[in-house]
Design a binder for this molecule. Structure first.
Ligand SMILES: Cc1ncc(COP(=O)(O)O)c(C=O)c1O
Length: 389
């Protein structure tokens, strides 16, 4: 009987665990100010919208699983322009949003190396790295973070390294907003290459780096992207990119992976057999969005303004952002020693929903994550309420 089977039971989905706090926050006027999920608020860019609508004309045919050449070329052009990474469009392949890749890549790769049983990932991180490992039948090994919330390679045991199928890194990092420099990236790439472990670098937030708090962003919002792992090497290296955050396309499910041609080739062949196809409107929207930096600059300026507002507001409270200068997340600890759930409950009583740090691993249990996705008007209300902390 299906109902009495004793197999894998999925844990409660993290954000579903916020239902009680959501009710509390909702009871405060003007209703819950939701800073829990990192889902963009602003509309998708006009160029992407128009391209998506035009792409509907292809609805009767199957899209190429690997992605249209135009999409892959736009991705390669963007990597050259923004990341100083040279990549052949044939070493780029489409994803159906990055989460699908994060949760699926270990499973696909395990088919290639069935004797490897460990997926290494940052211990403080997006929960889907651990889930993807489990879904692949692997052991997820969270690598503790150092003082700046970067994964600490020195904490990986020789045994886990021997058994590792792959190593995930994520800089700029969710949830801490950490942003590693090129030297750190190069160290990770060299470490993985020496051990023949595939390094997969989730670079979803690479466009959202900012000057340190108190230093101005340029008037048009332009700012260099973070370093890509692929700048340090291609052998045994993949980067995963998403259009969800960069271009406010979370609902379109647009992403791609790029890097070592042999691995991109293997994954894209497998995924073709499995019917993984990114719909044409999404591919067209992503192609148009990747060619345009202006909307990203505008969005960066919005996030920067929100960060500055809330960082100033937090200064007047026993709460402190302990993370880095990147992403649209604040990673906040309370001076008075409360755990993350207690702090999240206090936020909910002020009408604000934030995520307890435990969602992102035990090492973050004393923290909360604030996603700066709401418009400035609502975040001004948050700032005022923080004064009553
Ligand atoms: C670190 C990280 N990787 C991947 C994703 C998934 O992004 P997508 O919307 O492309 O599935 C997210 C989404 O929040 C994320 O934070």
């Amino acid at each position: 009987m299906w109902v009495t089977a004793h197999g894998f039971v999925p844990p409660p989905y993290p954000y579903d665990r916020l239902n009680e706090l959501r009710l509390i926050a909702d009871s405060v006027q003007p209703g819950c100010i939701d800073c829990s999920v990192g889902t963009p608020f602003e509309p998708m860019p006009e160029v992407a919208r128009n391209a998506a609508i035009a792409g509907l004309a292809k609805g009767q045919t199957y899209p190429p699983s690997i992605g249209e050449l135009d999409f892959r070329s736009a991705a390669a052009d963007w990597m050259r322009r923004r990341l100083a990474v040279e990549c052949d469009p044939n070493a780029v392949a489409a994803g159906i949003g990055a989460k699908e890749l994060v949760a699926g890549i270990p499973h696909w790769l395990k088919l290639r190396r069935p004797n490897k049983t460990v997926v290494l990932h940052p211990a403080v991180s997006y929960p889907s790295y651990a889930m993807g490992a489990e879904l692949a039948g692997c052991r997820a090994v969270g690598v503790p973070a150092d003082d700046e919330w970067h994964l600490d390679l020195d904490q990986i045991s020789d045994q886990d390294a021997d058994d590792a199928l792959m190593l995930w890194i994520n800089e700029p990092g969710n949830p801490s907003g950490s942003s590693a420099d090129a030297a750190w990236m190069a160290r990770c790439v060299a470490w993985a290459q020496e051990r023949d472990i595939l390094l997969v670098s989730d670079e979803c937030y690479i466009e959202f780096c900012f000057p340190p708090h108190g230093t101005p962003l340029s008037a048009d919002g332009a700012w260099p992207a973070g370093p890509s792992a692929m700048a340090a090497g291609i052998d045994g290296v993949l980067s995963v990119h998403s259009l969800s955050k960069r271009s406010n396309l979370a609902g379109m499910r647009a992403a791609f992976y790029a890097g070592d041609p042999a691995i991109v080739g293997y994954l894209s062949e497998l995924r073709k057999h499995a019917g993984m196809m990114t719909p044409y409107p999404t591919q067209r929207a992503a192609t148009a969005a990747l060619a345009d930096d202006a909307h990203v600059n505008t969005q960066r300026a919005l996030y920067f303004e929100r960060r500055s507002l809330l960082l100033d507001a937090l200064n007047e409270t026993p709460l402190h952002h302990c993370g880095g200068d990147a992403t649209f997340y604040l990673w906040v600890r309370s001076d008075v020693g409360s755990d993350g759930w207690t702090v999240a409950r206090r936020f909910a009583e002020l009408g604000v929903l934030v995520s307890p740090g435990e969602f992102y691993g035990d090492q973050g249990a004393s923290m909360v994550r604030i996603a700066l996705v709401q418009p400035i008007g609502l975040l001004e209300i948050v700032a005022e309420r923080l004064a009553n902390w």
